[in-house]
Design a protein around this ligand. Structure first.
Ligand SMILES: Cc1ncc(COP(=O)(O)O)c(C=O)c1O
Length: 389
């Protein structure tokens, strides 16, 4: 678990490093990739051993079942999150982008409104739009420096044409952990307005020490008949390339519809994804995650302190994840001016745009990297904006 070890991912077909120049115009020679949400750490030993086991079988033919991953996931949810999910409720998907798309196509109709809380992970709106559904934004409000949902505005704004709500819990960006009360309030709103809840809990393991994540169905078990919960080991263990995710559907009729859609599309998971998820959700995996979250929290505090000192820059305090969210509004600069400094002077490539209403003046910085590199990024930002000091 040497998270301090700097790994050179350039030239390894890493989208974050090998596409950064195309995305942000900054060469990987001297730039730091802080956009795509994966981490620059070596995989856990427990995963390496699982891959070695695969190698030794020297056979990559059809495999019997995804049950090892599903059973390990059910164990993990109960053990780590106090959420008892029957393994029979869980289906494998090819990651969670796929799960979101398939959920929208299966349970909503073209033209339906889908509620999302902005600013949020850009693919939510992109997928809703690509599927011919309508994005219904419920902008988050900032109180005491962090995001809150505005339940009254949300309910007042519903038009009757919405059929689903898609949440990121914890929230990407900024790692806000929704409270059990928040989730119960959402459940009540979904109930009153006949909305299907799609709870994307992909970031649920990345909570910092001392913070508590509540799964949607622990907070609101009464919503089980109209809820899909999306989870994955991919963000937690940095195995997104293995393209494995899970959708938990307690309701038999909804589950049947979803499985038929999976069948039609022949979307069985791949052997590597199943093997890695099964290995990750284990006591050894848990020990790795505990060390990781403490490390990420320290990265977050370093970033918050350092960037918070730059006049005009406001990093939002986080409770989880490695996706830091910085408001540049008080610099008085427009986005092009801010980016000129971030890209050209600091040589950093954060995520830019697409997060929806409320995200216009923010950039998202990925802190899933060795601490020395986070410190380097902070220093570069301080230098790039030094004239504001
Ligand atoms: C909230 C959320 N959902 C889904 C995804 C994408 O998941 P996948 O890589 O499994 O498609 C991400 C990736 O950053 C995410 O932040």
């Amino acid at each position: 678990m040497d998270f301090d070890k700097v790994i050179d991912r350039r030239g390894t077909n890493s989208v974050k490093w090998d596409r950064m120049e195309a995305y942000g115009g900054v060469s990987a020679e001297d730039g730091i990739a802080m956009w795509v949400a994966d981490m620059d750490f070596r995989a856990a030993d427990v995963l390496q051993e699982a891959v070695r086991g695969l190698l030794e079988t020297a056979n990559y033919g059809y495999f019997a079942s995804d049950a090892p991953a599903i059973e390990a996931a059910a164990w993990w949810m109960a053990e780590r999150h106090g959420w008892v999910a029957d393994p029979d409720w869980i289906s494998s998907t090819l990651g969670l982008g796929h799960a979101i798309a398939l959920s929208l196509e299966t349970f909503t109709e073209p033209g339906d409104g889908v509620v999302i809380f902005t600013p949020v992970y850009h693919e939510f709106a992109a997928k809703i739009t690509a599927a011919g559904r309508r994005v219904h934004e419920s902008p988050l409000v900032i109180r005491d420096g962090v995001y809150h949902m505005d339940f009254e505005a949300l309910e007042a704004g519903l038009t009757g044409g919405e059929t689903a709500m898609l949440i990121s819990s914890p929230h990407n960006p900024a790692g806000r952990i929704w409270t059990a009360e928040d989730l119960r309030e959402l459940s009540a709103i979904c109930d009153r307005h006949g909305l299907l809840m799609i709870a994307d809990e992909i970031h649920h393991d990345l909570t910092f020490p001392g913070e508590n994540f509540t799964p949607f169905l622990v907070a609101a078990p009464e919503a089980a008949h109209r809820t899909l919960v999306l989870t994955a080991a991919s963000k937690t263990f940095n195995i997104a390339g293995a393209r494995h995710g899970m959708v938990t559907i307690p309701d038999a009729a909804l589950r049947d519809r979803f499985r038929r859609a999976l069948h039609v599309h022949q979307t069985q998971p791949n052997l590597l994804g199943v093997t890695l998820t099964a290995a990750a959700y284990s006591p050894r995996g848990a020990a790795w995650v505990d060390a990781l979250t403490a490390y990420l929290d320290a990265n977050h505090r370093l970033f918050l302190d350092g960037v918070g000192q730059i006049p005009g820059l406001a990093p939002m305090p986080m409770q989880s994840t490695y996706l830091a969210w910085v408001d540049f509004a008080d610099t008085g600069m427009n986005r092009a001016e801010v980016l000129a400094r971030v890209h050209e002077r600091a040589r950093l490539v954060p995520s830019v745009g697409g997060f929806g209403t409320g995200g216009e003046s923010f950039l998202r910085f990925n802190l899933g990297m060795p601490r020395a590199r986070v410190q380097d990024a902070v220093t570069r930002l301080q230098d790039a904006f030094s004239d504001l000091q």
